[in-house]
Design a protein around this ligand. Structure first.
Ligand code: N7H
Length: 506
């Protein structure tokens, strides 16, 4: 990391709060359409003071942690509800945002126009997406309001969330803004808390950001803020969003068409302290995934849990399959979940992420195409950690939909609401083509990354059906169907708090 990055002071009072991580059980996403520029400005002007900053969120989270440490619990006395907002390119244009043409091609085109590039094909193609992501409605999406709140005990569980929703509804009505759609997500109940619908613990590995979420624990591995925020030094010491921002490196196999890195003419000054937000509605076919691991594991001489962990790279508990630095005498973590004998592996933050793939070049423990190894190859070479750290994303996803009921059949052509479940995937980055699109296309969808014949990411690759997966030690490649289907999504820009005021005023 450059010295410039290490010295950076972040304007946390000006950056929107979810960059620091809302970390709330209940989340709601409102997709808005403005009728005209003047009413859009009036709406933004009134909502702006209610937008949570990264400083608000960090202060609350620190207080919560301190009280919990002293009392053992804090949820009964400390609750918060947060509001953030982000805009599509069409939304910024309608607001009359200055110099919109300088925004990069990826963002201007939007997710559905980039479907071929990121591999959203067949049953993941935009033609099969659900409202509000269906044409022509999708073109009417101008803004996304992100709401997050703590639950309240009892039947009034969503009272705080409903309260902030009501406020946005009032302002919308007042200013002629239409709420096109509302998508709700929440952490799963009981023992499934913190786990996504396939059963794996999620939200473990996040990049620390210098000056924002850097801690004593992650200081050595924290990433320069310019990888996530506009106007700061990035890992190479260049200012993110500036005219000198280099094109995205292409460490994929020679000749492979990764997302085209658009030349960045330099974002307008008002974009400083902002970030690009990718939203993706990903439906998960739990029955098909479970059936696959059950059917295939027997023939491979593995248990279903072992095969599932090989596909993801972690056990359902979140314990890594790789050797964990600092945990002595652990059983072989690639054969059985080491957290059963050593619970501190998943309970102690020093251990759960303390691994790389340095001594597992052939993928004997974690296959090179396993989801977490594809999505962030750590120090693996290729691509090498200097390249891997140019493609980090800040994930902020939340599960949606009802719990899976044992005995449910795999999805057919039509998926009823009562079985529609998955992940509302969100991630922040300073460049969509260098962040989300690169991870999705150049790494997850590319069968020859990191090495020839490794196969596709079994969880998120979208571009082929069936997909191949190389399980080292076994002769044949596994042939996988798609268990995660894209059913919608969009690209948004999250302006700073002063920029919101500026957009409302100019
Ligand atoms: Fe993934 N899963 O349950 O299998 N993911 N993910 N993801 N993901 C991760 O480390 C999952 C998706 C990344 O630093 C874990 O927090 C599912 C997309 C990255 O080691 C698990 C879906 C993209 C990491 C899952 C999904 C990514 C990561 C381990 C969709 C980007 C960090 C828990 C339904 C394009 C890797 C953790 C690292 C971790 C799952 C989506 C990327 C369990 C089910 C779309 C960068």
């Amino acid at each position: 990391m450059s010295t410039a990055a290490a010295d950076t002071r972040l304007a946390t009072a000006e950056i929107q709060g979810n960059l620091a991580g809302f970390n709330k059980d209940l989340q709601r996403f409102l997709f808005l359409s403005f009728s005209d520029g003047a009413s859009a400005k009036a709406f933004v002007a009134e909502l702006a003071p209610e937008i949570a900053s990264a400083r608000d969120v960090r202060s609350f989270n620190a207080l919560y942690k301190a009280i919990r440490k002293r009392r053992g619990h804090a949820a009964d006395i400390l609750k918060a509800a947060w509001t953030n907002i982000a805009f599509t390119f069409e939304g910024l244009n309608l607001l009359g945002a200055p110099d919109c043409a300088n925004f990069p091609e990826d963002f201007r085109a939007g997710m559905s126009a980039r479907a071929e590039l990121i591999g959203d094909r067949d049953d993941s193609a935009p033609e099969g997406w659900v409202p509000p992501f269906t044409a022509p409605l999708v073109q009417a999406i101008h803004a996304l309001v992100l709401l997050a709140a703590d639950p309240v005990d009892g039947p009034q569980r969503t009272v705080l969330l409903d309260h902030i929703t009501e406020r946005v509804s009032q302002l919308s009505q007042q200013h002629g803004v239409s709420v096109l759609s509302q998508l709700d997500g929440s952490v799963r109940p009981g023992a499934a808390r913190g786990h996504e619908h396939f059963g794996f613990k999620d939200g473990i590995s996040q990049p620390g950001i210098v000056g924002l979420t850097e801690s004593a624990k992650n200081r050595a591995t924290s990433i320069a803020p310019g990888e996530f925020l506009i106007g700061y030094p990035d890992q190479d010491g260049q200012t993110s969003g500036g005219p000198t921002n280099p094109p995205a490196p292409q460490p994929g196999p020679p000749g492979y068409p990764g997302p085209a890195p658009a030349p960045t003419p330099g974002l307008p000054a008002w974009a400083t302290d902002g970030s690009f937000l990718v939203f993706r509605r990903l439906r998960q076919d739990v029955a098909a995934f479970s059936q696959f691991v059950t059917d295939q594991s027997g023939a491979l001489g593995l248990t279903g849990d072992q095969l599932g962990a090989k596909l993801v790279g972690r056990w359902k508990s979140g314990a890594p399959m790789e050797r964990i630095h600092g945990v002595p005498q652990q059983p072989d973590g690639s054969v059985e979940d080491p957290s059963a004998a050593h619970p501190q592996i998943v309970e102690d933050e020093r251990f759960i992420n303390a691994f790389d793939y340095g001594d597992d070049q052939d993928g004997a423990r974690v296959p090179r195409a396993a989801h977490i190894r594809k999505a962030y190859p750590r120090a693996e070479d290729p691509p090498g950690d200097a390249v891997a750290d140019r493609h980090r994303i800040l994930r902020r996803g939340v599960p949606y939909g009802p719990e899976f009921a044992p005995g449910e059949a795999p999805y057919g052509q039509v998926v009823p609401d009562t079985q529609d479940r998955g992940l509302l995937f969100l991630c922040y980055q300073a460049s969509i083509s260098k962040g989300f699109e690169f991870v999705q296309q150049t790494w997850a969808n590319t069968p020859d990354f990191p090495q020839s014949g490794d196969g596709r990411d079994p969880i998120i690759s979208q571009d082929a059906q069936p997909r191949e997966f190389n399980l080292p030690g076994h002769e044949t490649h596994l042939q996988m169907n798609r268990w995660v289907q894209t059913t919608g999504g969009g690209y948004f820009f999250t302006p700073s708090l002063p920029a919101l005021q500026h957009l409302a005023d100019t």
